[in-house]
Design a protein around this ligand. Sequence first.
Ligand SMILES: *[C@@H]1O[C@H](CO)[C@@H](O)[C@H](O)[C@H]1NC(C)=O
Ligand SMILES: *[C@@H]1O[C@H](CO)[C@@H](O)[C@H](O)[C@H]1NC(C)=O
Length: 323
Amino acid sequence: MKSLNRAVFVFVFDVGGKTWKFYDWSQITTVAIFGQYDSELMCYAHSKGSRVVLKGDISEKEIILPARRAAWIKQKIETAKNQHMDGINIDIEQRVKRKSPEYYALTALVKETTEAFHKEIPGSQVTFDVSWSPECINHDRCYNYTGIADSCDFVFVMSYDEGRYESYIRMGISPKKLVMGVPWYGYDYTCLDLSKCIGITEVVSLQAHVCSFAKLVTQRLPCSKASGHQVSYKIIMNWEKNSLSGVLWDKEQKAPYLEYKDSNGTFHQVWFDDPRSISLKAAYVKEHGLRGIGMWHANCLDYSRGSVAQEQTKVMWEALKPK
Ligand SMILES: *[C@@H]1O[C@H](CO)[C@@H](O)[C@H](O)[C@H]1NC(C)=O
Ligand SMILES: *[C@@H]1O[C@H](CO)[C@@H](O)[C@H](O)[C@H]1NC(C)=O
């Protein structure tokens, strides 16, 4: 494998299929395979000097016993060696209460996995996915974030809001241990169903381009999960053509959104990231010395060969480069 000397890491999640043939490999430092193992992808990535890593998921109940952790790690290392992989991305996303047995076990798992991988596969990379806030808001994911970041190569932050990085840094995590995750998908909100969210957000009229869920998007309150659903950038760009609004820009959230009416006549508002908002995030990564940027997930773009799709896809990849 060629060694890479890129200034900013680009960490890519791939969920399967063959769209990887059209990725911008000149930028990719690491690709995490979250779909089926694909030896063609592995070889191609290596030929471009990119690392390929396994997905590591394990239930929080299984991590408590040291012997179970050791067995899991051993098995992952065997898989990585057999498949010529260069590390592992641990993705747990489970409820862990502060100071519970799982809380300590998770930090231990990350530390033990990192030590074992580094020893068994020299130069390998062990990373961990953390939620958008280190403050236990999201589903009780109360991890020992500093312990975890110290124990692995870096953490991938599934983030929507720059402010959160300051909380991670304030906790004592070096910016060099943080990779900023940007979504290549958006959230589609049905605007008229206000019942669940009243009281948490302001209810403002639709005419002013304000669907009442708008405020919830970046804050990711539980209610937004119940009311919005994820759609890929590719689909959003398709809606744009028939949208009422075209792409609008929210100055406060520094995010684009659009509105459309579905076939039942119901209004929807869609919040997402586009090249403009991603460029701002890439600039933040550079300015604050973060390790890199990445996206969930690379397959969300339109990799078909039409000229509009090709241009749209190219500018999304370009937006990852700090200016
Ligand atoms: C987090 O983990 C580190 C490393 O294992 C440990 O030193 C520290 O005490 C832990 N912090 C908390 C709050 O549990
Ligand atoms: C229209 O309404 C029907 C019945 O409630 C529902 O099944 C369908 O999914 C709706 N279509 C859209 C585009 O939301």
